[in-house]
Design a protein around this ligand. Structure first.
Ligand SMILES: [Zn+2]
Length: 289
């Protein structure tokens, strides 16, 4: 398992290293990649340290639990940043195969933060979402669970849209529905998203929309980490379900409507890692136009 993750990481960095500069960004400031790194590293260090303190084993001091949680959480956050940066290549290279790779890397980072909270070995358990399913790999065992909210959203979108873009869904690892009736470019719900097919006429706009909505899918995986604070784990028969409601679901309506990238980090980040940042995989090389 560990070796498998190392190979995956090597592949991820290789892909990142080979990426050429992409299309012109819509908005670019010098500090944006640093801002995105800081938010991902600091927020996960915080989540890791608080969780580590909450589940501190007997005999470990509170200070040690906090420091250990912060360091490991920060490492997980850096991995999550790397995965999101890979996802931006969907737009920069007009290639949605980056969906699978970025999802695998973000899931690795999120799993690292979860393992930090639970005081497991950093790479002890790996959890990845695939559509409405959640796959957990631990000590050679694979467990499949259904995420109820994601399943409900997926079924309701299926009934409303009827048209799945199978090719793109297979390349991305997330179900994409087509819709001609959305008043906006795309719509993300847990487990799947919908993009206006009209945008397929223009590759730049379509890949931009897919990259943006896919980043929300990565944020969803990241958001599940917080549930480990309360160790939300169904028992008995209910273990076929993975709880996919998070406290962030309550926060989102408070953030205001639509894409207000300047005030709403959730949307701002989706925009930064799609069309908004000039290739974040080249953090040290950022050009300012
Ligand atoms: Zn959005």
């Amino acid at each position: 398992m560990k070796r498998c993750l190392v190979v995956l990481l090597m592949l991820a960095t290789q892909v990142a290293a080979q990426s050429p500069y992409g299309a012109k960004p819509v908005i670019t400031y010098r500090n944006q990649p640093l801002e995105a790194v800081a938010v991902n590293v600091v927020s996960n260090a915080l989540v890791g340290s608080i969780g580590s303190l909450l589940h501190k084993p007997k005999g470990m001091s509170a200070g040690r639990a906090l420091l250990r949680g912060a360091a490991r959480g920060a490492a997980g956050g850096a991995m999550i940043y790397l995965g999101k940066a890979l996802s931006s290549q969907i737009y920069h290279e007009r290639n949605i195969w980056y969906g699978w790779g970025s999802r695998a890397v973000v899931s690795l980072g999120a799993s690292m933060v979860e393992n930090t909270i639970l005081h497991k070995p950093l790479l002890g358990r790996y959890g990845i979402d695939v559509g409405p399913m959640f796959v957990t790999i631990e000590r050679g065992h694979v467990r499949l669970q259904v995420m109820p909210l994601a399943a409900a959203f997926t079924v309701s979108e299926l009934l409303a849209r009827k048209s799945i873009n199978w090719e793109a869904s297979g390349q991305l690892g997330t179900l994409i529905f087509n819709s001609g009736s959305l008043p906006y470019e795309g719509l993300y719900n847990k487990g799947s998203f919908t993009v206006s097919p009209g945008y397929q006429v223009c590759s730049q706009a379509w890949h931009g929309s897919v990259a943006h909505e896919h980043l929300h899918a990565l944020q969803f995986r990241e958001s599940l980490v917080i549930n480990q604070w309360a160790r939300v784990q169904p028992k008995g028969f209910w273990r076929v379900f993975k709880v996919d409601f998070t406290p962030f679901d309550l926060l989102y309506p408070l953030l205001g409507d639509g894409i207000q990238q300047s005030t709403n980090w959730y949307e701002r980040e989706a925009q930064l890692f799609s069309t908004g940042m000039n290739n974040p995989t080249r953090l040290l090389n950022t050009r300012v136009p």
